[in-house]
Design a protein around this ligand. Structure first.
Ligand code: SF4
Length: 474
């Protein structure tokens, strides 16, 4: 059991975040202590006392020297960040693991990059590794540049089609398998179009972007897809948005007729996502397409005049080697998409392993993932791609980053606005999360309005859902 006694402060959330980083487990809080059920025993005191913050290992890990067992500072950071920072340093020493993002456990390190003067400050204050500090700093600058063209009060629309041809083994979305729900798809499309009919005329915010995602919107058959896209763009409120993106995620759902439907609607930005170009991995993770299917779909989209194509890749897919990942990325760069997004997939929850096994696996994982992410950032930079948005994952060992890269000024404003919590988002469809951003005096307040996840319930409750969203955006 790992016990952390909080004395003189109540920064339980911050302490829990660091414990989650090292253990992959959400700890519990009881009587001022944070408790984590790990296979080793240690007691730590985290003390805030006047101007001092102290973090002390009082029991366990006898091999640690007295100097390494205690950290004491008069902090330049607020207490909540200092207790995190100190606990990070102490646990790194105890468990002999250092994470590339140091004590920055939040999912938006580029926000913290905006608070410091230079990249080195992130390393000095938060123990962020030098290359990641540079990455966060550079990405923050690019995010700001992209947002400078967007009004603060603007609204960004998301429409979700939560169905896919099959379910990927690693999927964490609400997507359902379309072949099992064939009969439901037309009613679902009708429900989304009704929701747009009911809500959009009541919206007064300027709408800047539209993102049609999922699931996989192109899983709809050609006729239904055409009805859906034509229905969406029959709304005058969506005619003049400055950016429209459609996820044509799974290459096996793309046909010339569906791409034609998108082109007729004036859409020039799509995502075609192979995740890997290794056929063995594609089979292993349950994606029913090959690398060739992706290459064919990409060439077809290019031929049909899509000006911005994004492709997603995942580092760390089950049993995939760094060499296979690097080969996929190199082949994708050769195709020349305008945007490449590199996601990280980390293994979660190690509660049933011994301390030695945790340390060994963390090191193995980190070094494999490091090889892939370092290769990605270097080869993409050499090929002229620049990072333009970045977020991290919670509850994964290591908390690796996902980074969107762009060539030229082709970055997706919707991604920057939505992932950075910079602008309000109005979501349509089952499982969508609408959010309103209220910036005031440098502090941002966020209100959220979730939608039911189950498509049948969504279809049944469309009136009620629409009224709730209208009130939310009043
Ligand atoms: S394509 Fe995306 S949304 Fe669909 S099952 Fe795979 S990971 Fe989930």
């Amino acid at each position: 059991m790992l016990t952390i006694r909080c004395i003189g402060h109540t920064c339980f959330y911050q302490i829990s975040d660091i414990v989650r980083l090292f253990t992959g487990i959400i700890p519990t809080e009881k009587d001022g202590c944070i408790l984590s059920d790990v296979p080793y025993s240690a007691t730590i005191e985290s003390i805030s006392e006047g101007p001092r913050v102290v973090t002390r290992l009082v029991e366990g890990f006898p091999e640690l020297s007295p100097e390494d067992r205690s950290i004491e500072t008069v902090p330049e950071l607020p207490v909540s960040r200092e207790v995190k920072r100190q606990l990070y340093i102490l646990l790194s020493k105890m468990l002999e693991v250092h994470y590339p993002w140091g004590s920055l456990t939040g999912i938006r390190p580029t926000q913290v990059a905006g608070e410091v003067e230079k990249a080195e400050d992130l390393s000095r204050i938060y123990n962020v590794r030098e290359d990641k500090a540079e990455l966060a700093f550079l990405t923050h600058q690019e995010e700001e540049r992209i947002l400078s063209d967007s009004k603060e009060e603007s609204l960004h629309i998301y429409i979700g089609i939560p169905f896919c041809p099959s379910r990927c083994a690693y999927c964490s979305f609400v997507a359902q398998e379309a072949p099992k729900k064939r009969d439901l798809l037309p009613s679902y499309v009708d429900a989304v179009l009704s929701e747009l009919d009911l809500v959009l005329p009541n919206i007064t915010h300027p709408i800047e972007t539209l993102y049609i995602g999922g699931g996989t919107p192109t899983v709809l058959d050609e006729a239904l897809f055409e009805r859906f896209i034509t229905g969406v763009f029959s709304h005058p409120e969506l005619k003049d948005v400055k950016e429209v993106t459609v996820e044509a995620g799974r290459p096996d759902t793309i046909t010339e007729a569906k791409l034609q439907t998108l082109r007729k609607a004036g859409i020039t930005r799509i995502c075609i996502n192979p995740q890997t170009l290794c056929d063995a991995t594609l089979l292993r993770v349950g994606r029913k397409h090959t690398a060739k299917d992706f290459e064919d779909a990409f060439q077809l989209a290019r031929k049909m005049g899509f000006a911005v194509i994004n492709t997603d890749l995942i580092a760390g897919l089950p049993k995939e080697t760094p060499e296979e990942f690097c080969d996929s990325l190199s082949r994708i760069i050769e195709l020349g998409p305008e945007n490449i997004t590199v996601h990280s997939l980390s293994k979660k929850r190690r509660s049933d392993l011994s301390r030695e096994e945790i340390v060994m696996l963390q090191k193995e994982d980190l070094s494999k993932m490091e090889k892939m992410l370092t290769f990605a950032s270097s080869v993409l930079s050499k090929a002229g791609y620049v990072p333009y948005y970045l977020y991290k994952q919670k509850d994964t060992l290591g908390g690796h980053e996902n980074v969107g890269y762009q060539k030229g000024n082709t970055g997706c404003l919707y991604n920057v606005a939505m992932m950075g919590d910079k602008r309000s988002v109005l979501s349509f469809g089952a499982g969508g999360m609408s959010k309103r951003i209220f910036p005031s005096d440098g502090q941002v307040r966020i209100e959220r309005c979730p939608c039911v996840k189950e498509p049948t319930q969504y279809i049944r409750s469309i009136e009620e859902i629409a009224q709730k969203k209208i009130r939310f955006f009043e």
